[in-house]
Design a protein around this ligand. Structure first.
Ligand code: HEC
Length: 440
């Protein structure tokens, strides 16, 4: 799907405030007339599939293992607030780095609205960012040390950040995980089905060598463990027991996977996109090409692009620019091919990714997004075409009801450092926790 024309010249004011119909498409939606649902998200720490089924889970191991809904017990109106604060208290085993991230907010109150027309579903999210002074669209870069370009910066829980060796920097994200009823347990236990010991920054994280020696990981050419659904393992308690690829392919053909859509403040926002991915044996991107691509040439070990001095006023930036300037490299807008002889100085930094709406293609480029960050409030509208027929997509259809879980990566966090919601239902013109209303 290529609907780039939609993105050009959109007035963002209509996203924040409901506004009279001045145009067609998502920018014309009067959100004041669309019902709003409050959804609370909390900081989950290392509450993995395995921890939830262990004795540490306060006598709830058996109930969780047999598939009870999390909210059959966690049902207080302020439950998420209580849980997030407790995990970050410094006294809870689920967050070993609580002291290092002191001041982190335990929960986020998000407003969710949904609408649809003949072509698309529109999902709108609003939440207050923890840092009121920055839109959270910085991202780690490559820093020139006088000889080589080396990775610079990381999220709050990054080992080098915790050790004080590099800067704290990461992009904000808003994510939707969606199931159409085909993944057993998702309706009851949501995103927690995909969160396992052994994944990045979780307990019992294996070494790169251990991962690369694993049969499934070798077959899919991965060197770390990421989200997966339990059915892809012979023993769901153990990431290393991957099923053969043929069995996993059968699951995919039967629709036993989760949709994962991610809006990224650095890597997709400026080109009007949101990632389209899916969770099966790994957190995969859909077929085709993403809105963002690596800015590192793996052969020459040099960046591929630099800023266009004439347009960006500089060819690179430095560590001191983080939090102050917008440092996003966009093909065709402010980027030119990297020149190794441009007189690079120690401390020069270039982005790790280059963005392009034109290069995005295929199923990976299905989702579009609009956003606005104003007075510390982030608004994101996902635009998801209805009825997608790709093998790696969940088709949204009028009348359909889906199970959804939301995550927000806020204030320099990625991986498990996000906030997560319990499962909600989303109905496209059908009654659910969040009902998408039909637009005229
Ligand atoms: C049978 C009831 C029950 C079920 C089902 C259940 N839990 Fe719990 N959970 C508890 C109890 C009780 C505690 C301990 C609360 C306390 O110590 O105040 C707890 C603790 C937790 C904690 C640690 C923070 C806290 O609140 O103490 C997390 C995180 C958590 N549960 C997540 C989940 C998730 C996610 C699910 C679903 C996959 C789930 N729980 C299912 C009863 C349950």
């Amino acid at each position: 799907m290529k609907k780039r024309a939609l993105m050009i010249g959109i007035s963002l004011s209509a996203i924040a405030a409901g506004c009279a119909s001045v145009a067609t498409g998502p920018q014309a939606i009067n959100w004041d007339k669309v019902p709003a649902t409050k959804v609370a998200l909390f900081y989950p720490g290392q509450s993995s599939y395995q921890w939830l089924r262990s004795e540490a889970h306060a006598g709830a191991a058996k109930e969780t293992a047999r598939g009870d809904a999390c909210t059959s017990c966690h049902d207080d109106p302020k439950e998420e607030q209580r849980q997030g604060a407790k995990i970050l208290s410094g006294k809870h085993p689920l967050e070993p780095h609580a002291a290092a991230i002191k001041g982190k907010n335990g929960h986020i109150d998000m407003t969710v609205q949904a609408a649809y027309d003949d072509k698309n579903a529109y999902l709108r999210f609003q939440y207050k960012t923890h840092n009121p002074n920055h839109p959270g669209n910085d991202y780690p870069g490559y820093r020139f040390d006088g000889k080589e370009w080396k990775a610079f910066g990381g999220m709050r829980l990054n080992k080098n950040v915790l050790a004080g060796k590099t800067a704290t920097v990461y992009e904000n994200r808003v994510n939707i995980m969606l199931d159409d009823g085909k993944v057993p347990g998702f309706a009851q236990q949501g995103c927690w089905l995909t969160c396992h010991d052994g994944e990045r920054d979780m307990q019992k994280e294996p070494t790169k060598d251990q991962v690369e020696a694993n049969a499934l990981m070798k077959a899919i050419k991965k060197s770390d463990v990421r989200k997966f659904i339990p059915g892809t393992r012979t023993n769901p308690m153990d990431w290393s027991t991957g099923k053969p690829l043929e069995e996993i392919a059968k699951m995919k053909a039967n629709g036993e996977f989760l949709e994962l859509m991610q809006w990224r403040a650095h890597r997709s926002d400026k080109v009007g996109g949101a990632d389209d991915g899916f969770v099966l044996e790994y957190r995969n991107f859909d077929a085709g090409k993403n809105h963002f691509n690596s800015n590192m040439d793996s052969k020459t070990k040099l960046p591929k692009f630099m800023f266009d001095q004439a347009k960006a006023g500089t060819k690179a930036y430095t560590a001191g620019d983080y939090g102050k300037k917008e440092m996003i490299l966009i093909k065709g807008a402010n980027a030119v091919p990297f020149d190794p002889n441009a007189g690079w100085k120690e401390g020069d930094i270039l982005p790790q990714y280059i963005l392009s709406a034109e290069d995005a293609a295929g199923s990976a480029a299905d989702n579009k997004a609009l956003s606005e960050w104003k007075n510390g409030v982030q608004t994101v509208v996902f635009i998801r075409p209805l009825g997608l027929a790709n093998a790696d997509d969940k088709a949204l259809k009028p009348g359909g009801v889906y199970n959804v879980g939301f995550a927000v990566h806020d204030d320099n966090m990625t991986g498990r450092g996000h906030h997560v919601s319990y499962t909600k239902t989303l109905g496209i013109g059908a009654k659910a926790d969040i009902t998408a209303v039909k637009l005229n």
